[in-house]
Design a protein around this ligand. Structure first.
Ligand code: TMP
Length: 245
């Protein structure tokens, strides 16, 4: 398979048909812009299953996305897009960088969902940017920003309900969007990347136990157990969590 791109947690390969790509989920975990690194056996498998299941569930909404189908334990087939270099962060409860930045107390519910934008640039450490920066740097068109914002709030609503059904509180999450070529002249902005405990904060509704990548960021241990717990609650039958070949 032809490697197109390698990121911190995934590899992208050329897909079998024109306009398709294969996303391969690695076991690598990074935090703090890859200053902290480890390999957690089976993480990629669990994230592939969880993300596949969430994107499938999105088919019951009118949220446009890139997911086609899961191909194997670590691979999924997706539509080929040009990723818009903006990370969209949606927050429902204060945690992580917003607490450090603004002095908010972790666990404090925000009065309404908050959208934030970060420049997708590892060298610069993904700095937070405003809509004005996005306009001036020409990262996305005004109409694209309207689509991104509207979809991001709908994803937040959807995920809040989805996780509350399995007794998990959605704290925040990060999503990415891509431009999908509809014809030579037109493209559509669609949800891309992954939705998994690597890029969502998820707390047990009763105990507030952290079930997401903060277990790695904060050296809490038990990441694979927590991710497996989420998959179990989603009624996913996980395969054996073998190491990567
Ligand atoms: P933050 O509190 O560190 O800004 O993170 C907010 C959310 O975004 C959290 O669910 C983790 C996720 N996230 C990523 O998926 N990738 C990243 O590079 C960062 C910084 C955060």
């Amino acid at each position: 398979m032809k490697l197109l791109y390698e990121g911190k947690a995934k590899k992208l390969f050329k897909g079998p048909d024109k306009g398709t790509v294969i996303q391969y989920f690695k076991d690598d975990a990074t935090a703090f812009n890859a200053q902290k690194k480890d390999t957690l056996q089976g993480k990629g498998i669990i994230n592939n299953y969880i993300s596949s299941s969430i994107f499938q569930a999105l088919d019951q909404t009118n949220i446009p996305h890139h997911f086609i189908r899961r191909l194997s334990d670590r691979e999924q087939l997706v539509k080929e897009v040009d990723i818009i270099p903006i990370e969209i962060i949606m927050r429902k409860v204060a945690a992580g960088s917003i607490c450090k930045r603004l002095g908010l107390i972790e666990g404090k519910a925000l009065p309404k969902p908050l959208i934030e934008f970060c420049l997708k640039n590892d060298v610069l450490g993904d700095p937070i940017i405003s809509r004005e920066h996005i306009e001036i740097m020409q990262l996305a068109e005004q109409s694209e920003m309207e689509a991104i914002t509207s979809i991001a709030f709908r994803v937040a609503d959807f995920l809040t309900g989805f996780f509350s059904m399995i007794h998990i509180q959605l704290i925040d999450f990060k999503i990415e969007f891509g431009r999908f070529k509809v014809s030579n002249k037109t493209h559509e902005v669609i949800l891309a990347d992954e939705i998994s405990p690597d890029n969502c904060r998820l707390w047990d509704i009763k105990t507030n136990q952290k079930l997401d990548k903060d277990r790695f960021r904060e050296d809490l241990g038990g990441l694979i157990e927590s991710y497996s717990d989420i998959a179990n609650r989603m009624s996913i039958q996980l395969p054996e969590l073998k190491a990567e070949k």
